[in-house]
Design a protein around this ligand. Structure first.
Ligand SMILES: Cc1cc2nc3c(=O)[nH]c(=O)nc-3n(C[C@H](O)[C@H](O)[C@H](O)COP(=O)(O)O)c2cc1C
Length: 321
């Protein structure tokens, strides 16, 4: 169990936000396997004001998609206030503020990870968000800007002071992007300094690595990101390993195909067949990792246009595995 403000989570296993990935079908699928809290991909405060079809799609949810987090990206108070106002009419349970995104197009505008360089500004923005949001507010940070400025503890204390109810930390610096190993010590130093729950992210790619994160940092929760790509089973494997010390057997090829077809169907009914298949096809590589004769399959998958294209590929996959 994990409490974040007035929100009580049944477990501390979280599906971390991933741009271009954590749409409604992906969230629902991972929830079936045990992801408790899940996130919509980050939404820019400025673009939320355009009320585009894309943003409305991103914020689509349903009765099974709970509890749900929305993540806001921004640095200008007027746009943030407008975004909070617009978000009021949407269904979700927690609002996270992004101070972690390393993309150049984000940091050069002073948003995302660039706020790590100005913890006082982050503190002011978070105060504004906390004051104007009806949902519990959290923040996502990184270990620091680069290896010479590992200031996560200072940033975290400023965030806590602003009234956030929990803190997410990706244990890499902005300079690392998504490569190299996460800095477990930086996460631990944040955990030891804060009173609010600290949820860790970074290389939770397997049940063993989930345990390592818990053991080395003492964190209150685990936010799984790339470990869930083509691998919803990770949300079963982690609690099973933590409870029994045993690694569950990996899914058979039949089970993988069952989930491929299920995920495909969910995408097709959410987006319509043509767009749904285009969105889904990148998952084929992830689902088939570690199996035999997958290279030609992946190439064909990258050109798939219809559900029946994916069905044919699934039959080929089963024949080879
Ligand atoms: C494709 C992709 C998109 C991501 N998008 C977001 C995002 O929108 N918001 C966010 O806070 N983190 C985002 N992240 C970061 C993840 O949530 C996570 O913190 C990070 O990948 C570290 O975990 P991992 O090493 O287990 O993948 C993204 C990561 C990936 C790989």
């Amino acid at each position: 169990m994990l409490k974040i403000g007035n929100l009580t989570l049944k477990s501390n296993l979280i599906l971390s936000p991933m741009a271009g990935i954590t749409d409604l079908p992906f969230r629902l699928l991972n929830r079936e396997f045990g992801a408790e809290l899940a996130f919509v991909e980050m939404i820019n405060a400025r673009s939320l004001g355009y009320n585009s079809k894309k943003t409305r799609f991103m914020l689509s949810t349903g009765a099974q998609d709970k509890p749900l987090g929305v993540q806001l990206l921004g640095c200008e108070p007027n746009f943030i206030l407008r975004a909070l106002d617009i978000l009021e009419k949407y269904e979700f349970d927690l609002l996270d503020f992004n101070s972690a995104c390393p993309a150049k197009k984000v940091t050069r505008r002073g948003e995302g990870a660039s706020l790590l360089k100005d913890p006082k500004k982050l503190n002011q923005l978070l105060k504004l968000v906390v004051k104007n949001s009806s949902r519990p507010v959290t923040v996502k940070i990184r270990a620091g800007w680069d290896k010479d400025s590992l200031n996560a503890k200072e940033v975290a204390l400023y965030a806590q002071d602003a009234g956030v109810k929990a803190l997410f930390i990706h244990g890499r610096t902005k300079a690392q992007g998504y490569s190299g190993t996460p800095d477990y010590k930086a996460i631990k130093s944040v955990k030891d300094a804060l009173k609010i729950p600290v949820i860790a992210s970074g290389d939770i790619l397997s049940a063993r690595l989930a345990k390592k994160m818990l053991d080395e940092t003492g964190c209150n929760g685990l936010a799984v990101a790339r470990g869930s790509l083509g691998n919803p089973w990770i949300f079963r494997e982690i609690p099973a390993f933590l409870k029994t010390g045993k690694i569950l057997p990996r899914p058979t090829s039949q089970e993988v195909v069952r989930i491929i077809l299920k995920h495909l169907e969910m995408c097709a009914s959410f987006y319509g067949e043509r767009i749904g298949v285009t969105i889904f096809r990148k998952f084929v590589s992830w689902y088939t990792r570690g199996f035999r004769k997958i290279r030609p399959l992946r190439e064909k998958a990258s050109r798939a246009m219809t559900k029946s294209d994916i069905l044919k590929l699934s039959a080929e996959f089963l024949a080879a595995n």
